[in-house]
Design a protein around this ligand. Structure first.
Ligand code: GLC
Length: 567
């Protein structure tokens, strides 16, 4: 593929306060290892992304977010970065990245990349140097090394557990020559896997290094960053003990005053980064992955001098029920609006059960736990898909910016029946199989029903097995089928653009019927039936419907967009 001439870059690179692209964009999450494999090794790659950009143009997205593709031993699917300024050979080269970026920009698609600042890989040169250098060194001060408790330092510095299960501290040998001198030494903190040591963000050297990393990618032309674990960088310096409730979401979110989430000092980091991005043209943006107890608190991450967007996990976690949905939408528009930021909307990503399954779960399922063959309350696929289509129809009509996760436009469910031996999420290993983890939402995308690996890879290899039932969900089966989920998403995204819904204003319509969610955004009326019986379809011409409408009735678990409608 030839790269489009950057001189024909379609963006207006001048800054337009109040009209920046990220305020209204539909951003498509690419999980590179599962998107499209061009090399045939069973792991998706950057040339695979480039090859499918036209499909994303057809779908109608405004921007892409790529999960990590930087150099990494892949202990946590790339969220363990060994070199922040290079591409892992699994995914290609820096030249492949530049080609992909130019090709996306040439098609009017923005690109944001993942930045993982809370921790590096244990294979990062800095961590290796820290192990070698020993206690009290400048090298160790970049991470959180501490002496242990107990007479011989045999106990960890505090009682924290890792997000993936097991202790958050690992003890290292006293010297780098472990085989010669294996005397146990200090402990290091890893909120995630042992292979993901946490940086010490009170260290100016760490801050300076990340400014350099930001500039490295900004200079290459990226439009921004999705910031991993943006609520975790700064820890309470006293490192006090903390025990979360047993049913807590893995990444936090439900609890107040956690000594490693949402500490005040973290905001200085993002103010600093805001200034770095402001040195560049073209409205570059930062999006926070911050799991916090309230929307009000999350809005602190997007104050005018900090980040630009934050994922709306409160929305993602809201049950399929009209009253709580209305409440969370109201609160989102209010709280983000109060700080001058757009709300974002999201239903699926690579860390949660896909919404085509999650919305039909009949048992609680905390974030990160996942579902598998033995999970209680497994979803009924048809119910899940019907609700997912309706939920997406509601979401894509909301003002602000929306995130969609690769494969949700095909209606992919969670792959529930993955064999144990295929699983790769560290959560699965660190909890000895007690939690299935997140592999079920990460299964490679089916492109073509009759090709090996459904067209994901030319050799038929696939790093996680794809369910046999996915032939029917393959993209090529859905193209041209007006009733397919792909057609629904394409219609919704086109309608969102035509009617400028991202930049619109939401006005509730009172129906006084329980289970009905109805609102207007400009000249589009949205009605979702989340009740228990079909209701008469309100007047107006149908722009999009999430499911069949029969005899003028809007069935349960169905949502519709009407033009000039009146509910
Ligand atoms: C974020 C990522 C998740 C990863 C974790 C550790 O939550 O989304 O996939 O495992 O951070 O980096």
């Amino acid at each position: 593929m030839t790269s489009p001439d950057l001189a024909e870059h379609p963006f207006d690179l001048s800054s337009q306060p109040g009209a920046e692209w990220w305020r209204t964009a539909v951003i498509y999450q690419i999980y590179p290892r599962s998107f499209a494999d061009s090399s045939g090794d069973g792991i998706g790659d950057l040339p695979g992304v480039t090859a499918h950009l036209d499909d994303l143009v057809d779908l109608g997205v405004d921007a892409l977010w790529l999960s990590p593709f930087q150099r990494s031993p892949q202990k946590d699917a790339g969220y363990d970065v060994a070199d922040y300024c290079d591409v892992d050979p699994l995914f290609g080269t820096l030249a492949d990245f530049d080609t992909m970026l130019a090709a996306a920009h040439g098609r009017g698609i923005r690109v944001i990349v993942d930045l993982v600042p809370n921790h590096s890989s244990d294979q990062h040169a800095w961590f290796q140097a820290a192990l070698a250098a020993g206690p009290g060194s400048r090298e160790r001060a970049r991470y959180l090394f501490r002496d242990g408790k107990g007479v011989h330092g045999e106990l960890p510095p505090n009682n924290w557990d890792s997000v993936f299960g097991g202790p958050a501290w690992t003890r290292v040998p006293a010297s780098d020559q472990a085989t010669v001198d294996a005397t146990p030494g200090q402990w290091y903190l890893h909120l995630f896997d042992t292979s993901q040591p946490d940086f010490d963000w009170s260290n100016e050297e760490v801050r300076e290094e990340f400014r350099r990393i930001l500039r490295f990618w900004l200079d290459r032309g990226v439009d921004g960053f999705r910031v991993d674990v943006a609520h975790g960088l700064v820890k309470d310096s006293a490192l006090p003990d903390y025990t979360p409730p047993t049913d807590a979401d893995a990444l936090g979110g439900g609890e107040e005053n956690v000594p490693y989430w949402g500490q005040d000092g973290v905001h200085d980091v993002y103010r600093d980064w805001h200034r770095v991005l402001a040195e560049y043209d073209g409205d570059r943006a930062l999006c926070a992955e911050a799991w916090l107890p309230t929307i009000e608190q999350t809005a602190l991450w997007v104050r005018p001098d900090e980040m630009h967007q934050a994922f709306n996990f409160a929305y993602l976690e809201t049950k399929w029920d009209a009253a709580p949905l209305r409440a969370v939408i109201d609160e989102s528009l209010r709280a983000y609006g109060a700080v001058g930021a757009p709300s974002t909307w999201v239903l699926s990503n690579h860390d949660v059960v896909r919404h085509a399954s999650r919305l039909a779960l009949t048992e609680e399922n905390p974030q990160g736990h996942g579902i598998g063959p033995l999970s209680p309350g497994k979803p009924i696929p048809d119910v899940g898909l019907r609700r997912a289509r309706a939920a997406s129809t509601v979401m894509l009509a909301l003002p602000g910016s929306a995130y969609i996760f690769q494969g949700e436009e095909l209606g992919l469910p969670e792959a529930v029946d993955l064999p144990d031996e295929a699983r790769q999420d560290p959560t699965w290993f660190r909890t000895a199989g007690e939690r299935y983890g997140r592999d079920g939402c990460r299964v490679p995308v089916p492109w073509s029903a009759t090709e090996p690996a459904y067209g994901f890879s030319p050799t038929g290899a696939s790093w996680l097995p794809q369910p046999a039932s996915w032939a029917n969900l393959a993209r090529d089966r859905q193209i041209g089928d007006g009733a397919s989920t792909l057609s629904l998403y394409t219609t919704l995204l086109a309608g969102r653009r035509t009617h400028r819904l991202g930049a619109g204003r939401l006005e509730w319509i009172e129906t006084h019927e329980p289970g009905i969610l109805a609102f207007r955004n400009g000249n589009v009326t949205v009605v979702a039936n989340i009740g228990s019986a079909a209701i008469p379809l309100p007047h107006g011409s149908v722009i999009a419907t999430s499911g069949p409408i029969t005899d003028g009735m809007l069935p349960v678990d169905t949502a519709v967009w009407l033009e000039n409608g009146a509910a």
